[in-house]
Each structure stands twice: as C-alpha cells, then as structure tokens.
Design a protein around this ligand. Structure first.
Ligand code: SF4
Length: 778
C-alpha cells in the first residue's frame, strides 16, 4: 500500500527548521495569491506551461503536486510565491522551505521529461507593487533527485506509522458497536439518516429534538462510514464550547480515550470517574480539540516569533518529537495538548494547528471551516482530504456566518491608538485618519447606508497595513496590543471589502467625540446580511455532512440564508418526549411590547408567583433585555419577597456563570432571571427537577432600529420575507431554544408560560415544536 502526499505537505514536514516566525505576515489572502499567480503567468510567453501536474514516487511514497510554471524554451521551472512587505526580512527558514518545494517539483519534472539539467527559479511577487523578484539556480537532475530523496527518507518512517494507524483505525471502526445496550428513542433513525447522507455524499439538514442524543447519534454513523467512503477526517464543529464537551464525552463513550487510559497508571490519570473495565473497547482514534489562539497562548504579552516568545524559538526543531508524543497519546483535548506542548517547549496553539493534519476527529468552533481564513478548510483543500462534517447547533450558523463576513472599524478605538503610534507608522496612519474623518463629516445623520464602498478609506487602510507589517518585521508587537488589534481589524476590513456584494450593506454610524458634535467620528461597518454565498462553497468542499439542531425551522429560512446544497434533504425527527410531560400556557391578554412594559410588570410578577406557589421548584424566566429583567425581578421581590430569585448579569465570567447554574439544585426552589438569546437561553442542561418550568416574557424579536430595518429591507428585496427573516423567525427560534431547557429527559415534567398575546397567533404557534401539547390560552 502506498502513501500519497502532496509536495507541499512533504516539504512542510521534512524541510522546516528553526523558529516559528510570523513577522513576515500577514501574508496575502487566497484571492490575492490567485490573482498574483495569474498575473505572473500572463506575463510569460505563449509556450509557457502553467499549473504543470507532476507525480513521482520513492519506495512506497507517492508524491504529487502542481508546479506553478515551466518555460520549455528556457528550460526553467518556476515556483511563484506572493508576498507583501520587504523580502529581505523573510525568515531564512521560510526561504529554505520554498527552495525545497521548487526543487522537488524540479526533480519530478526532470524524471517525467527525461531532463539532465534544469533551471529552478523562485519568483517572489509583491502584491502591492506587483514587482517580481526572481531567484534562480541551475541544478543537475542528480542534485534535484538527492533533495527529493532526502526529504522522502525523512518522511518514510512517519508514513509507515500513518499507514499502520489508518489500518488499525479502520479495522476498529468497522467493528465498532454502539456503546449502549440500545439506542434511545429516535436515535436509531437519526444515526441511519446521517449514515445514508454521508454514504450518498450529500448534506443533510436535521431538526432533531433534545433528548435523542444527537451528538453520539451523529458521530457514531459518521465514524462507521469512515473506512468505507473512505473519509480522511471528521470535523465536529460547534458554535459553543458546551457542544465540544458533549462531543468529547460521546467519543469517550465509544472508547476513543481508552487507548491512552490503558497504558496509564491511576496517578497519571488523575481521575476516578472513568471505569476502564466497563468502557467501550479501545478505538485507536486520534481526537483533537482546537482552541483559539487567545485561549491557548501561554505568553499573550509576546509576539509569535523566536526573538520574542520562548515557545516560538526553535519551534520546528522540537516539533518532530512533540508530534510523535502527540500521536502516541491520541487523545488531544485542550489539557492533553497543552501538557505535550509544554513538555516539549513548543507553543500549544501552533502544535494544535500541526496536529490537525494527523488527527482523525477534530472538534472545534465553526469558524475553523467556514470563515475567511478557516484553517481546517484550507488544509483540506491543500491536502485534498475527504472530509465528513458535523455542524452542531447549526441554527447559530446564520449569525456566526454573518459575523465572519462582516467587518467594523471603530473610530474611537483608532483615535485612542494615535498618540501611542511609533514614528514610522505616523504618516500612513495619519492618512487613514484624515480620510476617515472626511467620511465622518460628509453627513450629520446618525446612521446612513453608503451606496458604494468607501474606496479612499480602503486604499489608505491597505497601505497602512503594509507599513505595519514592515514595522512588525523589525519590532515585536504583542498579540494583545491595540496596534495589533487595529492591524487585524484593518486587514479583515479590506478583505471583506474585496468580496462586497448584494449579500451585505455598508453603513456609517456617527460616533461623537466625548459628547461633542464637532469632530465626531464614524464607525464604518461592512455588514453581511446573507452568509449563504460564502458558506455554500464550504458545504460543497466536504464529502458530505449534517447540519443539526433542535431548532432548524422554517426550512426555507435556513436554506436561503445558509446556502445549503440544493437537494440536501431537510428531516425533522419525532421527539422522544410525550406531550403529557409538558404543559404550555399562553397569556393572551398580556402585552410585553415596549410601550406596554410598565403596565406588564405586576401581572408578570404575579403570574410567576402564582405558578411558583402552585408547584414549588426551580424556574427560569426569560426577558428581552437586562433592563426589563431587572424591572420584573424587582417587582417580584417587592410583591413576593418569599420567593428566592437570582439574576443574570451583563458580563459574567465562567465562575459567575457556574454560580448562576449552581443555584438550580435538585429539589431546589427559586426563579433564575435571564435574558433571551443569552448564555442561559441555550446549551444548558438542567435535567430532572433542577428545572421544572420556564417563563418567556418576550417574542425575542430583535430590536427595531435603523440597522435591523436595513437588514429587513435587504431580506425583503432578496427573498420577499423581510419581516419574517429579520425579526420573527430569529425571535421565535430563541423562544423555542429557551423553552427547550425544561424537558431534557423522558422522565422530566414541566410547564412553559409564553407571556404575550402574540403567542396566541396562528403563525407563532406554527413555529412551536410539533410534540408540544396544545397550549392553554387565557
Ligand atoms: S505562546 Fe503565544 S506568543 Fe508564543 S508563539 Fe504561541 S501564540 Fe504566539
């Protein structure tokens, strides 16, 4: 059996040495890179061959790739690299890597065309000045073969263990059995539907209610499909950390962690909650959790290069040993990865990025696949992996997708930065400042939508980013510095501007300078309304997958906004719960509209108290804003002081969040006040009598404001459903998610009070889960 590897991956593995060094970044975007390659190609003669597909082998390694260009007249092979910034500052190890790639292509070309000699050239193309800097070497075929063979030899042992791992993994997955005695109600059809979709290389939209066991019910069939399809990787993507924990638990129940546990003594395990004897058979699966750089960084006050951070210095020299330790461990959750990284003195964040190449299941945020610079997507394209994707809590992808393809420039933050600017950056940033100020002063209105992009500002930002990159190559800039943040924001803004279209709006919001109207600044936003054009190619790039959630209705809304491939079935699975477990009451004579808020306070407080007296226990009460929450909580405390209550605060850290949830004790009594759509509105699990009821005192409609009105208008123009898409559907989705906290298992019983007359309308009730009993309206 041969092992296939791309030229680039071979060189990345075997030819990288020295420090991790991000000073010569930000590198050009993918679009800039493609445009740069095209332009260089167009400058060549007619006989110039572009994108030359090459392949060759060494023992059981099969190496493939596409050389950028070959000029048969000059007998010259070219490897084109786009860049921005001063080339003389490029780290030596990066240059060496590029030479390795060019020479491997050179060898493959010599073999394929029977050449004895070849000129190998690196063409560095500056995307800002559009100038080429060529570096060339004349090489004999023997010299090139030696380079190729040395790199292949360095990779062979690794390739062997990779092949052996894959054989073991696939054998174990073929034999894998469901870890529990039986499927839960609804879990088998869920697993079968996911299996069929991946087997037919399709996407699936799956509305699966709470209680089915979605995480295990989707991961299990995906793993079973892995050997047959075959899949190289499974990516389990989530919008919240809670989903990641559930995915790890599910994989643990399948025996993925057991291979590590079996080799460890009790002290090393440091835990007593895993019963090795009763766990599933060991499955040799490499599982990796990806953590953001902000959370994984060990030195946030430093910059990512060897002169600044000790974990970047010599990173590539120590990486091979860390990589071996990581694959031996197999189970790379955040703590495990960190332990290995620090044990080998390498950065945990960048070790995680490296291990994504060698893991079987990667668990991470949705941005690793869907956003502009999505690492997992880029790697998959580069390595041509067959990937099965599972997207948990997929209803969040509308808002998350919008966020990924939107960009904001905040004038106030920029002004704070100005006095601290280093001298070499003052000029380019002054230009940004004056163009930005002129834009702010074009109009007195608080909020306006621009007909066209602010091109002068974008040009000034592009130049400023180049200068910051230059400066950064000499001077470390801490990851958390204002200047670094501005550089990231400005670069992101320029990239979003490059792909601006009907799916987005560009708006300007006036920001007054310390309350004065003169010299007011302006926040400029490129606001994505429909992420579908960006997400659709990402769906298409996977072998197949499933988007799943307890709330993925209405179907058309999610199809339109997410860009799910045509023909992807939408399936809604029946709930395992009985309608007798739940009582739903609608307060049809109560209005929580803004104008009626004051009048609603006492009726709301009394209704909560009445329910509490009727059945004492723990309840959650949801409101549209912190202000409303406070008002009703105060009124309840005033009129019914005997009822214990606790409130969500606007900024809660992990401890405060845990303390809030900790109040929901088994057999406890009281009312937790929370905001709809906030951290307690979904993704929390309070089974049994930890929660016996919920009050939802709002339809969850986004606030009517100029921004949302613009979104409504754009959605109306695109789909003819402006109000529903901008307000009603997102609002009701939050209501159903929040109310879904009440019944979490087949033995739970509870009550949901929907407190607004609009819940009594047919269109609202059409969006409530089908298994809910008919509401009692009063
Ligand atoms: S530890 Fe932090 S500063 Fe150092 S290389 Fe990693 S991310 Fe960069």
């Amino acid at each position: 059996m041969s092992y296939r590897i791309a030229v680039r991956a071979l060189c990345d593995f075997a030819a990288k040495r020295g420090d991790l060094d991000l000073r010569f970044t930000p590198s050009p975007s993918a679009q800039e890179g493609i445009a740069g390659h095209q332009l260089v190609g167009e400058r060549r003669g007619e006989r110039y061959e572009r994108e030359v597909a090459l392949r060759g082998s060494y023992r059981h390694l099969e190496v493939r790739g596409r050389a950028d260009g070959y000029d048969p007249v000059a007998n010259r092979l070219e490897e084109i690299k786009t860049h921005r910034g001063d080339l003389s500052r490029q780290p030596a190890n990066q240059r060496a890597l590029h030479w390795a790639q060019a020479k491997v292509y050179g060898h493959l070309l010599c073999v394929e065309r029977g050449l004895d000699q070849l000129t190998v050239a690196l063409i560095y193309f500056d995307i800002v000045s559009q100038r080429e800097t060529p570096l060339s070497e004349s090489c004999s075929a023997d010299e090139l073969r030696e380079v190729f063979e040395t790199l292949c030899q360095a990779f062979l042992a690794w390739a062997q263990q990779e092949l052996a791992h894959r054989r073991r993994r696939d054998r174990a997955l073929q034999a894998l059995r469901f870890p529990f005695a039986g499927f839960r109600d609804g879990q088998r059809p869920l697993a079968e539907t996911v299996y069929k979709s991946i087997h037919t290389r399709r996407w699936l939209m799956l509305q699966a209610p709470t209680g089915i066991g979605k995480t295990l019910g989707t991961l299990f069939p995906m793993l079973k499909a892995m050997p047959g399809e075959p899949l190289d990787k499974i990516f389990f993507l989530t919008a919240r950390n809670t989903g990641q924990r559930l995915a790890l638990d599910a994989l643990r129940s399948l025996g993925a962690e057991r291979q590590r546990l079996e080799g460890a003594g009790p002290d090393e395990l440091g835990c007593d909650d895993i019963d090795i004897d009763s766990a599933a058979e060991a499955v040799p699966l490499r599982v990796l959790t990806l953590t953001s750089r902000a959370k994984a960084c060990e030195h946030p006050d430093k910059a990512c290069h060897g002169d600044s951070c000790p974990l970047a210095a010599g990173f590539y020299d120590r990486l091979p040993a860390a990589r071996v330790a990581a694959v031996e461990r197999g189970w790379l959750d955040r703590a495990g990865l960190r332990e290995i990284a620090l044990g080998h003195q390498v950065c945990p964040y960048y070790l995680g990025q490296e291990m994504a190449r060698w893991a079987d299941v990667v668990i991470g945020d949705v941005n690793y696949w869907f956003d502009f610079h999505a690492m997992l997507y880029a790697l998959s394209q580069q390595q041509q992996w067959q990937v099965g994707l599972l997207v948990d809590e997929a209803h969040n992808l509308v808002e998350r997708g919008r966020g990924m393809y939107s960009a904001t420039l905040d004038h106030a933050a920029f002004r704070r930065l100005k006095p601290t600017l280093p001298a070499p950056l003052r000029r380019p940033l002054s230009r940004v400042a004056s163009v930005w100020q002129a834009l702010a002063e074009e109009s007195d209105v608080e909020y306006r939508v621009l007909e066209t992009l602010p091109c002068k500002l974008i040009n000034a930002l592009q130049q400023a980013v180049s200068q910051i990159v230059e400066y950064q190559s000499e001077q470390p800039i801490a990851l958390d510095s204002e200047l670094q943040r501005f550089a990231f924001d400005a670069q992101h803004f320029c990239r979003v501007a490059d792909v601006f279209g009907d799916h987005s709006i560009c708006d300007v919001t006036r920001q007054s300078a310390r309350g004065r109207q003169r010299n007011a600044g302006a926040r400029v936003t490129l606001r994505n309304v429909v992420p579908a054009p960006f997400l659709a190619p990402r769906f298409a790039a996977a072998h197949g997958g499933a988007l799943f959630s307890a709330t993925l209705a209405p179907e058309a809304y999610y199809r339109d906004l997410l860009g799910v491939p045509e023909g992807a079935p939408w399936v809604s699975l029946a709930s395992p719960f009985r309608d007798s477990q739940l009582e739903v009451q609608i307060a049809a004579r109560l209005s929580t509209r803004y104008a009626d808020r004051e009048a609603s306070l006492t009726p709301l407080a009394d209704r909560i108290a009445e329910q509490f007296q009727a059945r004492r226990g723990n309840y959650l009460a949801f409101f549209s804003s912190f202000a409303y929450l406070e008002q009703v909580a105060d009124r309840l405390a005033e009129r019914h002081p005997q009822i214990p209550l606790w409130r969500q605060a606007s900024h809660m850290d992990d401890d405060a969040r845990e303390a809030f949830l900790g109040r929901f004790e088994t057999s406890g009594e009281g009312v937790g006040f929370a905001v709809l759509g906030g951290i307690f509105g979904e993704g929390i699990d309070l089974p049994g009598d930890r929660l016996i009821g919920a009050f939802v005192a709002t339809l969850g409609l986004p606030q009517v404001n100029p921004v949302n009105e613009q979104m409504r208008a754009r959605l109306q123009a695109l789909y003819g459903h402006g109000y529903d898409y901008a307000y009603f559907f997102p609002g009701m989705q939050k209501v159903v998610q929040a109310a879904g906290r009440v019944i979490r298992s087949g033995t739970d019983e509870g009550v949901i009070h929907l407190l607004d007359d609009r819940f009594a309308k047919r269109e609202s009730q059409a969006l409530l889960p089908a298994w809910w009993p008919k509401p009692i309206t009063d």
